[in-house]
Design a protein around this ligand. Sequence first.
Ligand code: SF4
Length: 456
Amino acid sequence: MASGHPEAATRFVADDTRAHWHDQAVWWIRQKRDTASAAVPDWEALREAAAGIKRHALSRLADYLEEFERNATSLGAHVHWARDAAEHNAIVHKLLNDRGVTRLVKSKSMLTEECKLNPYLEARGIEVVDTDLGERIVQLAKEPPSHIVMPAIHRRKEEIGELFQIHLRTKPGASDPTYLTEAARHHLRDKFLAAGAGLTGVNFAVAETGAVVVCTNEGNADMGTSLPPLHIACMGLEKIIPRERDLGVFLRLLARSATGQPVTAYTTHFLGPRAGGELHIVIVDNGRAEILGREALRGSLACIRCGACMNTCPVFRRSGGHSYGYTVPGPIGSVLAPARAPATFASLPFASTLCGSCADVCPVRIDLHHQLLALRQELARKKLVSWPKRLVLQLAALVLAWSAAYRLGGWLARRLLPLVPRRLLYARWNVWGQQRELPPMPRRSFRAEYRRRRRG
Ligand code: SF4
């Protein structure tokens, strides 16, 4: 039943300095997003248009996927369909194995993280090198990404310096970002040159043209697909957009929402394989079709993975991405994970204040807080929420439904809370009390104080 979010979050906040630093670092990106979006006069109209395009594409998904397959195939690409992670991994492995590829360079793809492709290939003797800088850092540290756009945001530059000293032989104590980035560039250049295949994610797949569009800031997707003869592009089936001109809407929203940039440094359109090369596109379901069939959660498939909902979420900022235990953390991950595996991720919909800030910044207007609320109700109905929590929620529902009960609750809280011994309020098991600064305990005994209050 437990996904471990509360426990993992407790471990994260135990390092007070890191928790504050993480909060500020992520909030800084949110502020950059605010500045960038405010500079676009038609920002809200763009969001509305993007939401409409995605709604439409999802309502005709099968048609657009088939149109995409036809057009991509006519350009010379090969399209493969994978029902789940196991099929996806088997297809990629077969493509590599049949061509004798033992070294694969990969640019950032959350889908391959979701399918656990790296360990699958490594167990079969294929070296996988993540070439996005943040991804490479977490790969060397043998840990998962903690953010979908900034995978190593939880690591300080000093820690990265130590990691690079071990793996890339940089100078001891070096933590200058320019020096470390230069070292990573040299290290990765050798990997690019030695690779037998390049694998990329897909930001958008255009049904009208059969193009796959990949956005990066480091140009690593272009390097990884220009040198080796084989390019494998892996995409979730929700990445489809109908027309080429729809791209303009999403590209204006994506980078501004993600990092506050006007546009990503590289936006590459792959229209078939390069001369003399092969392009294989793997389209993956892995639970998406089931989410599509659930009206309350369907909108989550519109996500363009910008990460803005994470950067604004007060729970994500203060608990870190690893505490979610899922490839996609934050508010959108708290919808996607329990939608697929409710028993494993039952605590995630509760890792939210339901303040609605995530929905406010989402470039495709996903009503994340409503979806989280719907999931909470569903989990409670399935009894996947612990009984004390269910009891408290039922009591809260009662109190909030009856104004007399609400007033009585307030009256009781005002009178009784100051009388409860501090040892009980701040006990280790009382998470509610630990988070609060309550009025000081009167010096009189409980009974004397109670009598005094009754008299007065
Ligand atoms: S849910 Fe919206 S804000 Fe969050 S990552 Fe997806 S597109 Fe971005």
